[in-house]
Design a binder for this molecule. Structure first.
Ligand code: ATP
Ligand code: MG
Length: 347
């Protein structure tokens, strides 16, 4: 049996690895993985910048350096900010940049530990007991150990993230503000000790440390113990210039004048005190809609067909339906566009 394992140590349930109680009545051999290699490292800020560019993620120089430091220092990144502004996408872009697998835990109210970490597969345990009846022997202690091993554990994203070995892993805990305090506390062990403790299974240490992104839309304030373990990023709506870059890399629209007008319109709408201002994601939808309609310039006459893309609440819709409201925004969008195009035209 031992020949199948390279790295066996004596492990007694409930007793720490290096502190084996030899008097314990039930001693079993258990595989304990080598813990905590640095799983995720970029060699330089420039390398990360290049790879994020290839992943089509537009990032400002400061955020870039923070992401680099988080990867090097093995610190989770906590990102807060309005919806549709690139929080989730950053996790995917970093994964693409590092050739990593993404383990995503989508949070929601009432999420359980079982969903996040995993649970014993009872039907598999039953099948095992039935089919291996003959060879199992009489030692209940050994049988119990076997049944409560990872072989019979159906792993959730948190545990999977700690057990990646061949490829680096990005663990995305998305919309963490939806969970309650108890679940938030569960993350603390993972994020500081890089291990997770499961009743009957024991403590599983990370084989490699994942790059962790925690995102929140701030429906609930996350606790300070969690915050202190993270590096914090606040995402806001982008500047007109940065939004043009995003529209350029993420949409098929390449016409500078239209890109400038769309980014200008986004800026004008966000300054208009809307109930639900349009996000980057919605401006990308607008770009696609304009492409499909063959529109090269947004004119006030397009209001009714563009409204479902730009106004997502009754109140916002009502305000945009006021003719002068929409017209005024279009005038502003052209002003931003012309301001941006002017240096290029002069040059
Ligand atoms: N900096 C960026 N570079 C490139 N694309 C971006 C960037 N920010 C946002 N996007 C685009 O916007 C879309 C929405 O972003 P994302 O899903 O990350 O938003 P979010 O902040 O996670 O929103 P929510 O809080 O609603 O989940 C992405 O799929 C991507 O196409
Ligand atoms: Mg998201």
């Amino acid at each position: 049996m031992l020949r199948n394992y390279h790295d066996m140590v004596i492990h007694v349930r409930g007793v720490e690895r290096n502190n084996v109680d030899v008097s314990a009545s039930c001693v079993v051999l258990r595989y304990v993985p080598t813990p905590q290699k640095a799983g995720y490292v970029f060699n330089s800020v420039q390398e990360l910048a290049q790879k994020l560019r290839e992943a089509k993620y537009v990032i400002d120089p400061i955020t870039l350096q923070v992401v680099y430091l988080a990867a090097r220092m093995r610190k989770p990144l906590l990102i807060e900010g309005p919806p549709g502004c690139g929080k989730t996408e950053l996790a995917y872009a970093v994964a693409a940049a590092g050739g990593a697998t993404v383990e995503r835990l989508q949070c929601y109210e009432g999420i359980t530990e079982e969903k996040a970490i995993g649970k014993f597969d009872e039907s598999l345990q039953r099948i095992f007991l039935e089919t291996e009846k003959e060879s199992l022997g009489q030692n209940w202690c050994v049988i119990r150990e076997q049944l409560h091993s990872l072989d019979f554990f159906s792993e959730g994203p948190l545990l999977r993230a700690l057990r990646h070995r061949d490829r680096p892993c990005v663990l995305l805990v998305d919309e963490l503000d939806k969970v309650d305090h108890a679940f938030e506390a569960l993350l603390l062990e993972i994020l500081s000790a890089w291990q997770v403790t499961v009743p009957k299974l024991g403590t599983i240490k990370a084989e490699t440390v994942p790059f962790v992104v925690l995102s929140s839309n701030e429906e609930r304030r996350l606790g300070d113990p969690l915050r202190r373990r993270c590096m914090y990023l606040r995402f806001e709506y982008p500047t007109v210039e940065r939004e043009i870059e995003i529209l350029k890399v993420r949409s098929e629209s390449q016409e500078p004048a239209l890109l400038g007008q769309m980014a200008g319109l986004a800026h004008a709408l966000r300054g208009w005190n809307m109930e639900k201002p349009p996000s980057i994601a919605e401006m990308l939808d607008l770009a696609e809609a304009l492409r499909l309609l063959g529109v090269k310039e947004i004119m006030p006459e397009r209001r009714d067909v563009l409204l479902p893309l730009l106004a997502k609440t009754e109140a916002d819709r009502g305000r945009l339906l006021l003719r002068e409201g929409f017209e005024g925004l279009i005038i502003d969008s052209k002003m931003y566009r012309d301001k941006l195009l002017r240096p290029a035209a002069a040059g």
